[in-house]
Design a protein around this ligand. Structure first.
Ligand SMILES: NC(=O)c1ccc[n+]([C@@H]2O[C@H](COP(=O)([O-])OP(=O)(O)OC[C@H]3O[C@@H](n4cnc5c(N)ncnc54)[C@H](OP(=O)(O)O)[C@@H]3O)[C@@H](O)[C@H]2O)c1
Length: 286
C-alpha cells in the first residue's frame, strides 16, 4: 500500500481519492475550498492537510486533479518545497503538454518524477473507478504508479514521453467534438424530416454510425436535457489546448476549430455548464 497525497477534490478528484482510501492506500487530501475537505473526510478514511506542501510532505505519490494550466502551476508552486527524491507526481488535470514538460523538469531537479495522466470516463467513470488514463513520462515511474492508479483506472496506457498523455487527451477531445456535431446534425435532420428518432437510433446504432455519444446521449439530446455530464466550459478549455498544440505541431483541425466556435455559441445561450451534447441546442434554437 502506498503513501499518497491527493490535491483537488472536485467532481472527479473527490471520488478518485475515495477509491485510493477504499483500496487501503494511505491518503492525505487537500482542496482549495475547505468545505470539500470536510465532506471528503466525513465519507472516507484519510488525513486532511492545510496546504499542498503539508499534503505532499513524505508522500510517495502526489496526485493532482485541478482545472486548467494556471491552477496546476499554482498548486505545484505550493507543493514544490515538499518534493523529494523518489517521489512521483501524477497530474490528472487536462492541461497542456508544455506545462507537463515544464513540471517534469522541475520534478527532476529534486530527484522526483512527473507523469501527465489526463483522464476520460466522466463523473460516472470516477464514481465507478473505471477511468481511462493516458500517460506521458518515464516508463519506470509509470510502472510504479500504475498499480496505485488502478484504484480508479480501468485502462492505463503509457503513450510516450512527458506531454504525450496530454496530447493523447487532445486526440480524444478532437474526436469527440466532430462526433457530437455529427450526431447533433443527424438528430436535427431526423426531427425536421418528421422521423421517430427512437426508431432511427434503433435502426442505425448497430452500424457504422454507432458511437458512445449516440448510445448514451441521443435521448437527452432529443429531449433538450443538458444538466448533466461534461461541461461546455471544460470542453472549450480542452479544445483551446488542442488548437494551441495544433498551431505548434502544424496539424490542420478545421472541424475542431469550427465546433469550438459552436460551443462559444452554446456558452452565449447560457450553456456554460451544460453537457457537451448541447451542440444540438444551437441547431434547434428559435
Ligand atoms: N468532469 C468530467 O467529466 C471530466 C472528465 C474528464 C476530465 N476532466 C478534467 O479533470 C479536471 C478536473 O475536472 P472536475 O470536473 O473534477 O473539475 P471541478 O469539479 O471544477 O474541480 C476542479 C478542482 O480544482 C480545484 N482548483 C481549481 N483551480 C484551482 C486553483 N487555482 N488552486 C487550487 N485548486 C484549484 C478546485 O478547487 P475548489 O473546490 O476550491 O474550487 C476543485 O477541487 C479538469 O481538468 C477537467 O477538464 C473532467
Amino acid at each position: 500500500m502506498a503513501k499518497t497525497a491527493f490535491l483537488g477534490l472536485g467532481v472527479m478528484g473527490f471520488h478518485m481519492a475515495g477509491h485510493l482510501a477504499a483500496k487501503g492506500h494511505q491518503v492525505t487530501v487537500w482542496n482549495r475550498s475547505e468545505a470539500k475537505r470536510g465532506d471528503w473526510a466525513a465519507q472516507h478514511k484519510g488525513e486532511v492537510a492545510k496546504s499542498p506542501a503539508d499534503a505532499a510532505f513524505g508522500a510517495e505519490f502526489v496526485f493532482l486533479c485541478l482545472g486548467d494550466d494556471p491552477d496546476v502551476r499554482d498548486v505545484f508552486d505550493q507543493l514544490e518545497p515538499s518534493l523529494g527524491a523518489g517521489m512521483i507526481v501524477v497530474d490528472h488535470t487536462t492541461a497542456s503538454a508544455g506545462l507537463a514538460r515544464e513540471l517534469d523538469e522541475r520534478c527532476r531537479v529534486k530527484g522526483a518524477r512527473f507523469l501527465d495522466a489526463p483522464i476520460s470516463g466522466g463523473e460516472a467513470g470516477a464514481i465507478n473507478g473505471k477511468l481511462t488514463i493516458m500517460c506521458g513520462g518515464e516508463e519506470k515511474a509509470f510502472k510504479s504508479a500504475e498499480p496505485v492508479m488502478a484504484a480508479y483506472g480501468k485502462s492505463m496506457t503509457l503513450i510516450g514521453e512527458s506531454g504525450a498523455g496530454q496530447l493523447a487527451k487532445s486526440v480524444n477531445q478532437i474526436c469527440i467534438a466532430g462526433i457530437v456535431q455529427g450526431l447533433s446534425e443527424g438528430l436535427h435532420f431526423a426531427e425536421q424530416a418528421g422521423l421517430d428518432a427512437e426508431k432511427v437510433i434503433a435502426a442505425i446504432s448497430g452500424g457504422a454510425a454507432q458511437s458512445w455519444q449516440m448510445d448514451n446521449r441521443w435521448k437527452t439530446m432529443v429531449e433538450g436535457q443538458f444538466e448533466h455530464g461534461f461541461a461546455v466550459d471544460w470542453m472549450r478549455k480542452d479544445l483551446r489546448i488542442a488548437l494551441e498544440a495544433a498551431r505548434e505541431n502544424g496539424a490542420s483541425l478545421p472541424l475542431t476549430a469550427t465546433v469550438d466556435q459552436y460551443y462559444a455559441d452554446v456558452q452565449a445561450m447560457g450553456g456554460q455548464r451544460w453537457d457537451t451534447s448541447s451542440l444540438i441546442a444551437r441547431l434547434t434554437r428559435d
